[in-house]
Ligand binder design. Sequence first.
Ligand SMILES: Nc1ncnc2c1ncn2[C@@H]1O[C@H](COP(=O)(O)OP(=O)(O)O)[C@@H](O)[C@H]1O
Ligand SMILES: [Mg+2]
Length: 334
Amino acid sequence: MMDFEEIHQTRSKESGTYNREINFSKEKDTESFTLAAFHEEKTFLRKSTPEYIEADVGKVMNGYFLERKIGNGAYSSIYKAFDTKRERKVAVKVSDVSSTSKDSDLAFNEVEIYKKLPPSSNIVAYYDHFVSENKNLYLVMEYAKLDLHTLINRQRMPSDGAVHIPMEIQDKIEIAYQISDAIVFLRRYDVAHRDVKPENIVVCAGSGVRGLMKLCDFGFAVVYDRRSPPTEYIGSPDYMAPEVIRCLKSPKPYGTSCDLWSLGVTIYELFVGEPTFYDENLRETMFNILMYNDSIVYPQGKVPPMQVCRFLKNLILQRPETRVLQPEILKADQ
Ligand SMILES: Nc1ncnc2c1ncn2[C@@H]1O[C@H](COP(=O)(O)OP(=O)(O)O)[C@@H](O)[C@H]1O
Ligand SMILES: [Mg+2]
């Protein structure tokens, strides 16, 4: 088996949406597209230069031995650790929850959501949490070998000497099915994740690409409440549903179907290599999303199998109420 840990360790955020700054004011002025007016030269919700949290590697914290850092989130650092009581590998997400931190709400929100959800095979398992003396929140969870973002990037022959992980079409269909299942599960509990994208999907135990795909990073998640539905512009723009992007201009209630759009864009990326509306310029990406006419365009030579196209056609749709999630389509014969 390949050394997934090594892959994980060397992983970089090369295409992380939150590192891309947008500058609405200088480029392309389209009258029908007025985002520039209300969003001048501003970095997106995600920090452009994350202040990585450094926890004490080599120390035991509440019974967890921190081995090494394996990931940097926009708001946190992820460590590989060993649970000395239960004698198992775990992942620990460390976030700053001191009074000066702007992100502590997100960190506590994630714990709350994990605790509300019953265990499920395609959601990362929550184990424990605690706040250290220096006001870091430690979220202890199931350990994963790598994430889907890395897996997708390793489809191309890497130029940096990193490990190449080719995937068969059948593997991709299985992955698509498993992540769809995670969203089916969340919808049963009226939870909107609001940041579905390859970086927030990890590959847990199993061998090769047939490991279990699990959704993680519930910092932006909400339990949908009809009396006070979400209206915030939140998530990662490449994967954001149009109704969420429109909230940037004027907040309007939206529902859990924003995840269906993001799921569609994520699965498109799994097969095509890039998210559906990708452009180097984030403003163009948002323009592409808002102007999308419900007809998916696949680059030449990269059209996924027919059942995948049928599946995506029902997800990537402007009007949230028309989106339908039918994972069984993926398993149907072509
Ligand atoms: N349970 C886990 N096991 C291993 N790696 C993980 C785990 N959870 C997250 N990661 C890695 O760390 C990265 C950041 O974690 P995430 O929860 O997404 O943080 P943030 O909220 O800061 O984006 C993920 O993109 C993934 O690569
Ligand atoms: Mg994340």
